[in-house]
Design a protein around this ligand. Structure first.
Ligand SMILES: Nc1ncnc2c1ncn2[C@@H]1O[C@H](COP(=O)(O)OP(=O)(O)OP(=O)(O)O)[C@@H](O)[C@H]1O
Ligand SMILES: [Mg+2]
Length: 247
């Protein structure tokens, strides 16, 4: 039996704006196990980012429980939550969120800065290794603004992985990329899922991407509408190889 990485129970999140309350999440319960590649889909405003922010310990629910790797996040104070986030979670955002005028290596080293058990030498070596793993061994000292969108997103993936997180969270990670580059990123995530048994949660409103994940959760209006397993996972690598070289 695979290890339970995430468990949420009756998760609700209200936002109070003026006299109005927005019920962004209206009671979600599910578990995610080690080695799952879960896509979370839903139309704009359905609550996907709200959910991902809670799973990423960037936000706390109004009601409900969240256990990350067996730890109840609700009972933690802000500092412990920040540490938990830094150690257990790797984030990939639509807009890459890299530091400008900073090299690829420095960007990837960043999450390790807060880890006192990692020396500066080890930090540097691990960053280089992570960049090589995503195919950027020849761009180590390029600044963010000297790279293409796809390369920047690969730096962001290396940064998400360098701390060996228990889970990788992605919010529209291919949203800004062209078809070919999107499939390159998807191929990379599938490799991590299949070969390294990584646990990935990928939020998107692009329904096609569900074909490439092992499980798809559809959210509508703050509730789970569907939760299905995919027995026929399509290979992003095969799609990539079938695409015309120039796009
Ligand atoms: N900080 C906030 N304050 C007030 N309302 C918010 C806040 N964040 C989100 N909401 C509201 O909660 C609902 C869910 O928003 P959320 O960002 O989770 O949607 P989403 O599914 O990620 O949409 P998209 O696909 O457009 O990114 C929306 O109605 C939104 O307006
Ligand atoms: Mg969103």
């Amino acid at each position: 039996m695979a290890k339970e990485i995430i468990r949420v129970e009756d998760l609700k999140r209200d936002f109070v704006v003026g006299d109005e309350t927005v019920h962004a999440l209206r009671g979600l319960s599910f578990s995610i196990y080690e080695g799952e590649f879960v896509t979370i889909m839903g139309t704009s405003g359905s609550g996907k980012s709200t959910l991902l922010n809670i799973l990423g310990c960037l936000d706390t629910p109004s009601v409900g429980e969240y256990y990350l790797d067996g730890v109840s996040v609700r009972t933690m104070d802000k500092n412990s939550r920040a540490t938990l986030r830094n150690r257990k979670i790797g984030f990939i955002f639509q807009s890459y969120n890299l530091l400008a005028k900073t090299t690829a290596v420095e960007n990837v080293e960043l999450p390790l800065m807060y880890n006192p058990t990692v020396s500066s030498k080890e930090r540097h070596e691990r960053a280089i290794k992570a960049l090589q793993d995503v195919g950027l061994g020849d761009r180590l000292n390029h600044n963010s603004n000297q790279m293409s969108g796809g390369q920047q997103q690969r730096v962001a993936i290396a940064r998400a992985l360098v701390n060996e997180p228990v889970i990788i969270l992605a919010d529209e990670a291919t949203g800004n990329l062209d078809t070919r580059t999107s499939f390159e990123i998807l191929t990379l995530l599938q490799r991590m899922h299949k070969d390294e048994n990584r646990t990935i949660i990928f939020v998107t409103h692009n329904q096609e991407i569900a074909d490439f994940s092992s499980r798809n959760i559809v959210i509508r209006d703050g509730r789970i509408k569907e939760d299905t397993y995919n027995k026929n996972i399509r290979s992003a690598k095969e799609v990539l190889e079938g695409l015309p070289k120039e796009n």
